[in-house]
Design a protein around this ligand. Structure first.
Ligand SMILES: *[C@@H]1O[C@H](CO)[C@@H](O)[C@H](O)[C@H]1NC(C)=O
Ligand SMILES: *[C@@H]1O[C@H](CO)[C@@H](O)[C@H](O)[C@H]1NC(C)=O
Ligand SMILES: [Mg+2]
Length: 268
């Protein structure tokens, strides 16, 4: 790079940094030179991304999906529109498609030698079924979780299918891999969950495993414990898919894990 050009770029960055500090938009100081990746420091962005106001919503979502940001209660209010657009526009669907494509390619490459003992673990909420009709009415995760209204919605057994997960589900069945449904929903939701899964087109699964009614157990503890039981019973968990990291973490995880997007809530 020519020395003069380099100096100009450095000046542009310094101006951009100054613009960030004064709240001026970087584009306002753009004099036609390519901006170097908008190197503007966002003030107060170091700590709790959820509470502090300056991190763009797509950066917030990145932190959520990578399990960097944990134990958050609600979607930041300023991100309601962003999350709504993400969920209802094509983006959520195309991110889910990318995950399903990868999972199918992986499954198709497996050597199935387990004499029909290979299983694949599926979560329910935001994995086999979508609660978007509920969340669309409750601020896409901006409103605090309300167990009574959400519980009533679950009991309606009317949640729509997540089509990309269903495509994976049916492909696995065609390959001879048996689905196991493992959910953090409690036993009192068994009938509603089974009915909802059937209505959404999920048939022929090996087991539907729900959390016991009155036992206090974390999601990781419960789900990894159930996977261990499957393994001890001679099943081979070749894959595991869910929208929460707590669906996927904890030994045994399964041959491979697949994380679906979910910027609406966090389950610890
Ligand atoms: C599956 O088995 C075939 C034939 O034995 C072998 O060529 C292939 O590499 C195996 N694939 C995997 C993923 O192990
Ligand atoms: C949950 O929703 C119900 C019905 O709208 C309301 O009466 C109740 O106060 C809410 N509970 C919480 C904890 O917000
Ligand atoms: Mg879920």
């Amino acid at each position: 790079m020519a020395k003069k050009h380099l100096a100009a770029v450095v000046l542009a960055i310094l101006l951009a940094l100054a613009a960030g500090a004064t709240g001026m938009r970087a584009s306002e100081i753009d004099d036609g030179m390519p901006l170097i990746h908008m190197l503007r420091p966002l003030l107060h962005s170091g700590g709790d991304l959820g509470r502090r106001g300056r991190v763009p919503c797509d950066s917030w979502r990145f932190a959520v999906e990578t399990n960097t940001l944990r134990d958050w209660d609600t979607v930041p209010a300023r991100c309601e529109k962003y999350v709504g657009n993400y969920m209802l526009g094509g983006h959520y669907r195309s991110d889910s498609r990318a995950v399903a494509n990868e999972a199918i390619a992986y499954a198709e490459g497996l050597n199935l030698t387990g004499q029909g003992k290979e299983v694949w673990v599926f979560d329910v909420d935001e994995t086999t079924l979508s609660n978007l009709p509920y969340y669309a009415k409750h601020g896409f995760g901006v409103e605090p979780y309300n167990w009574s209204t959400f519980g009533a919605y679950v009991k309606e057994a009317n949640a729509p299918v997540l089509p990309e997960t269903q495509r994976l589900y049916k492909r696995l069945q065609a390959l001879g891999i048996k689905p196991v449904i493992l959910t953090g929903r409690r036993e009192d939701k068994r009938e509603a969950t089974a009915n909802n899964l059937a209505a959404a087109g999920y048939t022929g699964y090996l087991k539907l495993l729900l959390k016991p009614q009155n036992v206090k157990v974390s999601s990781i503890e419960f789900k990894s414990g159930e996977r261990k039981k499957l393994q001890d019973a001679g099943y081979v968990i070749v894959g595991n898919i869910g929208d929460q990291w707590t669906d996927l973490l904890g030994e045994p995880e399964g041959g491979r894990t697949f994380k679906l997007p979910d910027p609406m809530y966090y389950i610890g």
